[in-house]
Design a protein around this ligand. Structure first.
Ligand code: ADP
Ligand code: ZN
Ligand code: ZN
Length: 839
């Protein structure tokens, strides 16, 4: 196989030395070369985790990317200190994927590794150790030596110890060998201090002594013995009822969770006695955090349209690696995915389905679980590191041949992907903005798929322009689903002119008459309503009516958003908060008023307009907790809420049968965003949120409030005329050199001092100008927000030719320039950030 690094060369005997290029979790541009000690030669290869020294004192875990015989020219290679496991932790495809990502997104491969590995797999000199809760020295098959014994004793008292603590306890300098040995003997667990410990979920179980379970006579004897002790007898009977050992002695092996007996009210002391007398035994096992759910149904019955789409997708895959499934909202893309996933799994391949974050808590995951049961792993961004490690290991062990997850699930250790599906491929949440790697999971998924020789399916009702462009250029296959499932109709749209209503005095608390009437109708019919406004908080800002003063963040160049809850003003960029002043600090006036419309305020207004309605709100502020989304959606789904107000969170994948009315409070706010993608996003957001209405028999109603109803985009959205909208917008993109006609790179310069930041940005800009490729350079300009968290921000934009090697040439030289600048004394402390495909 051809790799970016070349293959693992065979390690031959002989005198010449062997070296390994190691990826380290530090922001350095290159990999470091270490010497492979003779005794390790046979033990390691690509993807192995090794311990190395970095710098004077630091000990790091790295991953071997390449083995070769070329000593480094500019420094003396240090030896690899140790190998962590007897197997590779990362496979060669993953390493190629990381290398591609670092190169494409202009970052360091160590940064990609950092993003890719759960911290449980990244131990460094800051690592700590703990006792393995399931370890029992008496029953362990591995004898411990004196030093190991000593370390365990110390651990029992201290609960956790750092490497340094261990060195002190044992009075020796190098303890890696001992720690490694204890890990292998399953006596300890290693974890990173910054993150939480790996807490395996441990279950205490009870079973019959195996001698007794296999011998009916012995069992009868036991019953005779306990006949005078009714409590013990009761426990044994309960056990046999739950675990019918009479029928099948094998069942005893798995035993019974102790909790079952305790919950059934059995006597704890009698249980102890039974264990003491050797009738029962107690033991601990590590169990999965995820329920081993069984799939309930096998088959999926596709509608005619779905069936045809499915056939077309398969046919398109014969010729193309990537296919766009353009299916309107409610057309049932999920069911099409399901049949394709089933086929790929049946063929022995792994499958990855990427979803935007919020969609992971909606019905789609439940639906997939019904079909795929325990072989499906779920990878959520709100998972703890422990849970991530379990999914990771589940993929490694083959338990999860199918994973549904958020963008970071592209890093899981797949080794034989056959199909990758990106649902809602247009979603901006697939892009990681900070920190590096600043990747787009859709684009990365296509690359990942290619490395696996797999197929990629992109699904959406509103394709991104990039994807639609690729489909039209025949680079991607193109399949459509043009009807809603089960004859549900697309909703009926109304434009409500806010200015007209205002003149006629019909605009009440920002609601037009039409909007109020339609909401009232829905409430009267016991139906549900979604209200969309893409701004959280109460009001965008507060302003003094007399002098116009507006409170701003001390650390950023933005006004503070007024949150009624807690009577405070918050910065949405840095989290700074402040109490609302009683009077204007500039002129002393007490006439401070909230300007603009946030979700909190809409919630309040709805309460005043529809006092009988039950109202809930879904935005970043109400969904911070792990189950935040889920709770709100469950409440809504079970009919405990009549009206749900929310930000773009409510546009994604919700499928509630009683939603008949969708209201969009202020469409103009979405349209007039200073970004070349404003139109594209407006079309996507409005279509998607409208698509939540009327997904069953009853036709839905969508009300769009605007001050300029004559705009053409509304007609196009209402007619579902994506194609004409696209063609029109693409004219502009081509004329002004925007994607997909060019590649964009954004280069940001940040510093706490304005002048320094500006100077560095200009200097960088000039150097970029000298790069000899076809390009357009814009800037450097103050960022759209000129200061964030006390750092002044300047931005340059490079527009690069898509074809040829302009991109790679530019990126390559840019990195050299940045390396040089960063080494410059004058520019120390400056951060340069490169973002590829930044919007
Ligand atoms: P989309 O993702 O395309 O907007 P969904 O996959 O959410 O649409 O499907 C819309 C609704 O139709 C869902 O409630 C889904 O359960 C139902 N549905 C779609 N296809 C089928 C099918 N073949 N059999 C039964 N129900 C289906
Ligand atoms: Zn004032
Ligand atoms: Zn701020």
């Amino acid at each position: 196989m051809e790799t970016l690094f070349g293959d693992l060369e065979e390690i031959k005997d002989g005198d010449s030395a062997f070296f390994a290029d190691v990826i380290l979790p530090v922001p350095i541009p290159k990999m470091f070369t270490y010497k492979i000690p003779r005794n390790l030669k046979e033990e390691i290869g690509i993807g192995f985790r090794v311990i190395v020294q970095f710098g004077k004192k630091k000990i790091l875990t790295g991953i071997i990317a390449k083995v070769h015989q070329k000593p480094p020219t500019s420094y003396e290679a240090k030896p690899i200190l140790d190998v962590l496991e007897a197997h590779a932790s990362v496979n060669p495809i993953q390493i190629r994927f990381w290398a591609w990502m670092a190169e494409y997104y202009c970052c360091h491969i160590g940064e990609v590794m950092n993003a890719a590995l759960p911290s449980g797999l990244k131990l460094s000199s800051e690592s700590k150790i703990q006792l393995n809760p399931t370890f029992d020295a008496d029953t362990s098959p591995y004898p411990l030596d004196d030093r190991e014994e000593l370390l365990l004793q110390a651990l029992r008292q201290k609960e956790e110890m750092s490497y340094e603590d261990c060195e002190v306890v044992l009075g020796i300098k190098s303890i890696h060998g001992i720690i490694k040995s204890l890990v292998i003997k399953e006596a300890i667990l290693v974890f990173e201090e910054v993150k939480e410990k790996y807490n395996p979920k441990v279950e205490t179980r009870i079973r019959l002594n195996s001698e007794i379970s296999r011998d009916k006579k012995a069992l009868e004897a036991v019953f005779n013995e306990v006949s005078s002790k009714p409590k013990q007898e009761e426990i044994l009977l309960k056990y046999l009822q739950e675990v019918p050992v009479y029928r099948n002695p094998e069942l005893n092996q798995k035993g019974l969770e102790k909790k079952v007996l305790i919950d059934a009210g059995m006597s704890v002391s009698s249980l102890k006695n039974l264990i003491k007398n050797g009738v029962l035994e107690e033991y601990k096992i590590i169990v999965s955090r995820f329920e081993d759910e069984q799939s309930l149904e096998e088959g999926v019955v596709l509608s005619e349209g779905q069936q045809q789409a499915q056939q077309e997708i398969k046919a398109a895959f014969e010729e193309k690696n990537t296919v766009l499934l353009h299916g309107i909202t409610g057309s049932g893309k999920t069911e099409v995915y399901i049949t394709l996933i089933q086929e790929a799994l049946a063929g022995g391949s792994q499958v990855l389905l990427l979803l935007p974050e919020i969609a992971l808590t909606t019905h789609i995951v439940g639906r997939l679980r019904q079909v795929f049961g325990g072989k499906m792993g779920v990878y959520h961004s709100k998972y703890s590191d422990n849970e991530r490690v379990e999914v990771w290991n589940g993929v490694l062990s083959g338990k999860f041949s199918f994973v549904v997850g958020v963008r970071s699930s592209i890093f899981l250790p797949f080794d034989s992907l056959g199909l990758v599906i990106v649902d809602e491929e247009h979603e901006i949440s697939f892009k990681q903005f900070d920190p590096a790697p600043r990747f787009h999971a859709r684009d990365a998924a296509i690359m990942l798929s290619w490395l696996h020789q797999a197929k990629t399916l992109l699904g959406t009702a509103t394709p991104s322009f990039e994807t639609f462009y690729n489909a039209r250029m025949k680079k991607y296959g193109y399949v459509t689903l043009e009807k809603r499932y089960g004859d549900a109709q697309l909703p009926e749209y109304h434009l409500a002119d806010m200015l007209v209503d205002k003149k006629k005095n019909l605009l009440k608390l920002d609601f037009t008459r039409l909007m109020r009437e339609k909401i009232q109708d829905a409430l009267n019919n016991q139906e549900q309503v979604l209200i969309f406004q893409n701004r959280r908080g109460y009001a965008p800002y507060i302003s003094c009516e007399d002098c116009g003063w507006i409170p701003e963040c001390e650390h950023c160049d933005v006004s503070l958003t007024y949150h009624q809850f807690g009577e405070e003003m918050r910065c949405h960029y840095c989290g700074f908060k402040e109490k609302v002043p009683h009077s204007c600090p500039a002129c002393g006036s007490s006439k401070l008023s909230a300007v603009g419309l946030g979700t909190e305020r809409i919630e309040e207004s709805l309460g005043l307009l529809f006092p009988e309605a039950r109202i809930a709100r879904m935005d970043l502020d109400t969904t911070r907790s792990k189950y935040g989304y889920q709770r709100i959606l469950e409440d809504f789904g079970s009919g405990n809420v009549d009206i749900l107000v929310g930000t773009q969170m409510i546009t994604k994948g919700l499928d509630f049968e009683k939603v008949t009315v969708v209201g969009i409070m202020d469409a103009d706010r979405i349209l007039y965003f200073p970004d070349f993608r404003a139109g594209e996003r407006a079309f996507q957001q409005l279509t998607q949120v409208a698509g939540r209405a009327g997904r069953r028999e009853k036709r839905g109603v969508v009300i769009i409030q605007t001050r300029r109803p004559e705009q053409q985009i509304f007609q196009q959205i209402m007619a579902g005329d994506y194609k004409n909208f696209y063609i029109q917008e693409m004219g502009e993109r081509q004329r002004f050199f925007y994607p997909p006609f060019v590649k964009l790179l954004k280069i940001t310069t940040r510093h706490k001092d304005f002048k320094t930041a500006e100077k560095a940005a200009k200097h960088l800009h000039n150097l970029m100008g000298d790069i000899q490729v076809k390009k357009i350079l814009l800037g450097p300009e103050k960022g759209l927000i000129g200061k964030i968290k006390n750092q002044y921000i300047f931005e340059s934009i490079a527009k690069l030719d898509r074809t040829g090697n302009a991109q790679s040439q530019f990126k390559h030289e840019l990195l050299l320039i940045l390396e040089e600048l960063q080494a410059h004394k004058e520019f120390r402390g400056i951060r340069f950030i490169v973002d590829v495909d930044p919007y």
